[in-house]
Design a protein around this ligand. Structure first.
Ligand code: UT7
Length: 323
């Protein structure tokens, strides 16, 4: 059986750091409130003219270097983003050209904060069916462009960034001992649109709109849905929480990470948290956290790793990987 193995990862954050104190000069908020309610200490904000594809290319190059392969060996580039450079073409095609890749296919996936999990499920399917052998999957966002910078309840939560992985076909046995993606579980419920959306779009208003969120409601659904997605992934593999070495959650809010861990009896020391350093970077947050824990030596070859996310739509999901 063919498995999609992650052979490299990379990350990129814009150099412009905005602290909670910086934000307190613009809106009625404080470092204390933001830290207590979210765990966020700072976020990286793209400079004027710095686009999602700039961040995606940097993360993509880092992932290719880590994998030790050239862009010419890629069959596909998938970019998970809600903040494309342009309404069309797909940001992935801009990345494809900038990486010097002249063959294969490139396209975007739009599932907001769940985008990386959706992209991973897709990449895994494409590799397992033989449609592609090597795929660069990037989660890249400039969420700062969608924020209402006068709305303190949302503008303090998000940041910009990109994370990427290279997936490649490898022969496996079909069991849980295989390296690579073991399963991916995707969910959505479009009835919950009004809890997290933008009040504009190409077809509706001919503008990108601004992010609107009912924070408390999103919070409640997040803990419930993420816990259910993790359980679905574990059940599918016939595993229990104790057998997972590392949980790599979507980095939205430390309290959501803690609440989910409590609900499922997950040891908090096995949950990778980077939210303090970059806030919610939407589709980029899972690969940013994954890459951090791989680079600092926490995640080692052979470890079972469970990724999860939830975002606008609502969309949510989880993916189980043997690193
Ligand atoms: O991928 C999913 C993306 N979304 C999320 O992860 C968001 C999930 N939700 C949350 O993280 C939390 O609901 C928030 C962090 C957004 C808000 O925390 P909360 O504990 O639910 O606070 P709240 O909305 O109940 O607001 C409490 C108070 C309110 O004031 P009053 O009405 O009690 O006087 C808010 O106006 O805090 C006020 N507030 C703020 N105060 C200082 C809201 N935002 C701020 C702020 N600074 N930035």
């Amino acid at each position: 059986m063919i498995r999609a193995r992650i052979i490299g990862c990379g990350a990129f954050l814009p150099d412009n750091i905005v602290t909670n104190d910086d934000l307190a000069k613009k809106v009625d908020t404080s470092d204390e409130w933001i830290r207590e309610r979210t765990g966020i200490r700072q976020r990286h904000i793209a400079r004027d003219g710095e686009t999602t594809s700039d961040l995606a290319v940097a993360a993509g190059r880092a992932a290719l270097a880590d994998a030790g392969i050239d862009a010419g060996e890629l069959d596909m580039v998938i970019c998970a983003t809600t903040t494309p450079d342009e309404s069309f073409p797909a940001t992935a095609t801009i990345v494809q050209a900038r990486l010097g890749m002249s063959r294969g296919a490139a396209f975007d996936v739009q599932a907001v904060c769940s985008g990386f999990i959706y992209g991973l499920a897709l990449a895994d399917s494409l590799i397992r069916t033989g449609a592609a052998r090597t795929i660069l999957l990037i989660g890249a966002e400039t969420m700062s462009r969608l924020l209402d910078w006068t709305d303190r309840s949302t503008c303090v939560l998000f940041g910009d960034g990109a994370g990427a992985v290279v997936l490649q076909a490898h022969e496996g046995t079909g069991g849980n001992a295989d390296q690579g993606v073991l399963n991916a579980k995707l969910f959505s419920d479009g009835r919950l649109h009004d809890m997290l959306y933008t009040d504009g779009g190409v077809s509706k208003t001919q503008t990108a709109g601004k992010l609107k969120m009912q924070g408390k409601e999103v919070f409640k659904h997040a803990v419930t849905n993420i816990a259910a997605a993790i359980q679905a992934s574990l059940d599918d593999a016939g595993l229990t929480v104790d057998q997972i070495a590392w949980f790599v959650p979507h980095q939205a809010n430390q309290r959501i990470l803690d609440g989910t861990a409590r609900k499922l009896n997950i040891d908090p020391s096995r949950v990778v948290s980077t939210v303090a350093l970059h806030g919610n970077t939407s589709a980029a947050s899972v690969p940013l956290a994954l890459c951090t824990a791989v680079r600092d030596g926490r995640i080692k070859r052979g470890d079972l790793v469970l990724l999860e996310a939830m975002g606008g739509g609502f969309t949510w999901g989880a993916a189980l990987i043997r690193w």
